[in-house]
Design a protein around this ligand. Structure first.
Ligand SMILES: *Cc1c(COP(=O)(O)O)cnc(C)c1O
Length: 392
């Protein structure tokens, strides 16, 4: 199918919920992707923090093929060996958390909302302004951005929003009926916002003192993205509950809600379920993803390459006034501009870069963690070229 037919058919047959860039990607390897015309791009967004192990990792392919040829799906009416193996792996890596498996980030957050309400027998959940937790009604009720919410009210009752990074605001918002606080370790979709250094330690102490559960939404920060397997491991605290999705399946849909055993124990048979959740194929792939992350030391790689990338972006900042700030942790990096970044993303395509613009003025970099130094050099030199042509 040629490109113009594709665009025409998309308009005619697909729900128009996405504003798409004029490109159709058809293959990828590592941090490189190729479009329908054969043009190559360096992928700086990795399917929005999904392809942490890179596109088409050979071991992921092998796991998919092997499991698919044996058994793709059975119901949770039965024991599912790959599901138990994945949960065991996560249990080991977290020091004892138990897993509930689903198929996406928003479902992982929904599961967390149900769990904290049942466990605490309290109703209220406090989230942050500018947060992103997903698009289904429960997660959307946690999401702290009006633009996503307005058209879909009434939302789920019981949600409050406070300023992100402000411990006093959180302290004031907690009441006797507060079940949980839900926060992203870094606000990804909200523009790569990093809270003050001690924020999460203070949040943890506050939650302990007031008997409130702490839920971390690690859908974007999880799986080595920020330099540790889970961002909370780099914060020096443990959440009661946390969510994973995006990179867990390296492109195969899977989500997970993990909780400390004493919290997860509040779920009884029948409380929550998912037809596809934890199916053999998804779990076989996710287990291999976790093995790759360990064997290829991708957390450390994210730390080292993140530093390298930020340094090079800092150089660009000194040369280009449009760059207001460079911030990030590991390979989740935001470059805040003084102008909207949609044009720059379009120019990126011409220069062989898949860039992403979030929150209108923030270029969000979340490349595959297997990206090479040479590729990062290329990204920075091409971005420099693009910024030269931009009126300041
Ligand atoms: C992407 C994202 C979600 C939603 O995940 P979906 O798989 O799109 O439902 C939830 N929380 C965070 C922090 C995210 O980045």
């Amino acid at each position: 199918m040629d490109f113009s037919t594709l665009v025409e058919l998309d308009r005619r047959c697909v729900a128009q919920t996405y504003s798409r860039l004029p490109v159709a990607l058809v293959e990828g390897r590592g941090a490189l992707v190729r479009d329908i015309h054969g043009k190559e791009y360096i992928d700086c967004i990795a399917g929005i923090a999904v392809l942490n192990v890179g596109h088409s990792h050979p071991r992921v392919l092998r796991a998919l093929q092997e499991q698919a040829s044996k058994l793709m799906h059975v119901s949770n009416l039965y024991y599912i060996p790959p599901q138990v193996e994945l949960a065991e792996k996560l249990c080991e890596l977290t020091g004892g958390y138990r897993s509930f498996f689903c198929n996406s980030g928003t479902e992982a957050v929904e599961a967390a909302i149900k769990l904290v309400r049942k466990h605490s027998r309290k109703r209220e959940i406090i989230a942050a302004r500018n947060s992103f937790h997903g698009r289904t009604l429960g997660s959307l009720s946690a999401t702290g951005q009006e633009k996503y919410r307005t058209a879909f009210k009434p939302l789920v009752p019981g949600f409050k929003h406070v300023e992100y990074g402000n411990i006093e605001a959180l302290r004031k918002a907690i009441t006797k009926d507060t079940a949980a606080v839900i926060l992203e370790p870094i606000q990804g979709e909200g523009g790569v916002i990093i809270p003050p250094e001690d924020y999460f330690k203070e949040v943890r102490e506050l939650c302990d003192a007031r008997d409130v559960l702490l839920v971390l939404d690690e859908v974007q920060t999880g799986i080595a993205r920020t330099g540790t397997l889970f961002a909370w491991q780099g914060l020096g605290i443990e959440p009661d509950v946390f969510t994973l999705a995006k990179a867990l399946g390296a492109g195969f849909p899977i989500g997970a809600m993990l909780a400390k055993p004493e919290v997860m124990d509040s779920f009884s048979p029948g409380d929550h379920a998912s037809t596809f959740g934890g199916n053999p194929l998804a779990c076989a792939v996710a287990k291999v993803v976790l093995e790759i992350v360990e064997e290829e030391r991708l957390a450390q790689r994210a730390r080292e390459l993140g530093e390298y990338f930020m340094e090079k972006l800092g150089q660009l900042q000194r040369e280009h006034e449009v760059i207001k700030e460079v911030r990030g942790r590991g390979l989740l990096i935001g470059v805040e501009l003084s102008i909207p970044c949609a044009e720059i993303v379009k120019k990126g395509l011409e220069h062989g870069l898949l860039l992403n613009c979030t929150h209108e003025r923030v270029l969000r970099f979340a490349p595959p963690l297997v990206i090479t130094k040479e590729q990062i050099d290329q990204v920075c030199s091409r971005l420099g070229g693009i910024l030269k042509g931009v009126p300041e």
